[in-house]
Design a protein around this ligand. Structure first.
Ligand code: SF4
Length: 365
């Protein structure tokens, strides 16, 4: 995976005392730093929309986050939810997948931003965990950014792991398409951190996951994390249907289970490509040659377009069968799917979101 070519770092005044500022200074010594009073009033942020979503990824902003850091995953209407929380330590992503929903979700606020007030983030998480000691939390940081793509510069995850390692009622999930695990390897996660990769065959990575690590590099990084004592996760999501998808996905699974020990896995998830009509419009502008624009999809009640239901069920059933051959008891769940699809794939649907959340965290209560 290539290292990011940032053109500048813009720092909001007051963020200079943050450990993240210190880390950025060290890692990006060759890049110009500018200080502004407020990010919103800086020359770059106001023109971001016009300068294009891709161009925004060349400037890195460091600013205080003024709202809540921790939020319940919004899920998707009518779909089975897995009771997941998201912790936002950054916004937007330096990589550039053609199907990335952030192109629509962050269209009016697309600055690539890292939040400097890590102590506030930890305080807020601590208060929430302490208020609900009887609840087991799964918290992920990969909702509106990639959890590790910026890690060599920000050192953010290295700041967070020592805190999460000491908590009794949480698993922190770091979800990534990068191989940037270096800063994790000397830390002791004490069973509280899952490093999870979004996975696709190399063909899909080359065509639609621009700037991400290759399949081989993701697996090598997963292996290093496993050896360093981390739990692992894989998200086969978004699964793409194309002529020959079966053999590509089967080979990817074989390579995965030949590289890592499936007993180190906390969970696997499956999900098919989801696009809103709005996202498709952006994709047509930014990635007009992407094959993902041509497949047949139907509009679902949550406003997202997916493959026709019988095709989704067939894809999930095949994946479950191939996974079970290598990892007979690993936990598998479906991301943003209806109860009907769950029942057709597994013969059951979780009773409620708490039920599914608890299934993901056995033995750690
Ligand atoms: S890695 Fe994730 S967040 Fe980053 S561009 Fe791809 S889909 Fe978007």
């Amino acid at each position: 995976m290539e290292h990011q070519q940032f053109r500048q770092v813009v720092v909001e005044r007051g963020s200079e005392s943050s450990p993240i500022f210190r880390n950025l200074r060290r890692a990006l010594a060759h890049v110009p730093f500018t200080t502004v009073d407020m990010i919103e009033s800086s020359s770059g942020a106001g023109t971001l929309r016009n300068s294009g979503f891709g161009a925004t990824k060349k400037t890195l902003y460091l600013a205080r986050h003024k709202g809540d850091f921790l939020k319940k995953c919004p899920g998707s209407e009518g779909q089975v939810c897995c009771n997941y929380f998201v912790l936002n330590f950054a916004s937007n992503c330096p990589m550039d997948c053609s199907y990335c929903y952030l192109q629509e979700y962050l269209a009016d606020n697309s600055a690539l931003k890292v939040f400097s007030n890590v102590a506030d983030l930890i305080d807020e998480t601590d208060r929430t965990l302490a208020r609900h000691r009887g609840v087991f939390f799964r918290i992920g940081t990969g909702e509106i950014t990639d959890s590790l793509a910026l890690e060599p510069y920000t050192g953010m995850v290295g700041e967070l792991i020592p805190y999460f390692a000491e908590q009794a009622n949480v698993l922190l999930e770091l979800k990534t398409k990068s191989d940037r695990v270096e800063s994790l390897l000397d830390l002791n996660p004490k069973g509280r951190v899952v490093v999870a990769w979004s996975m696709n065959p190399q063909r899909v990575i080359e065509l639609d996951e621009h700037g991400t690590a290759s399949l081989g590099a993701r697996l090598a990084a997963a292996r290093r994390c496993q050896e360093a004592g981390y739990r692992l996760g894989f998200h086969f999501d978004p699964m793409i249907e194309y002529p020959g998808w079966e053999s590509d996905y089967q080979s990817m699974l074989e390579e995965t289970f030949a590289t890592i020990d499936w007993r180190a896995l906390s969970w696997l998830s499956l999900g098919v490509l989801r696009q809103t009509p709005g996202l498709k419009r952006v994709m047509r502008e930014r990635f007009p040659r992407s094959e993902l624009l041509t497949g047949e999809q139907v509009l679902c009640p949550d406003g997202k377009m997916r493959y026709f239901q019988p095709l989704r069920v067939e894809m999930y059933r095949k994946m479950v069968r191939w996974i079970r051959r290598a990892a007979p008891t690993v936990k598998i769940y479906l991301c943003m799917e209806s109860r009907e699809v769950w029942e057709q794939v597994f013969g059951f649907a979780p009773a409620c979101e708490k039920d599914l959340g608890n299934q993901m965290a056995p033995g750690v209560h």
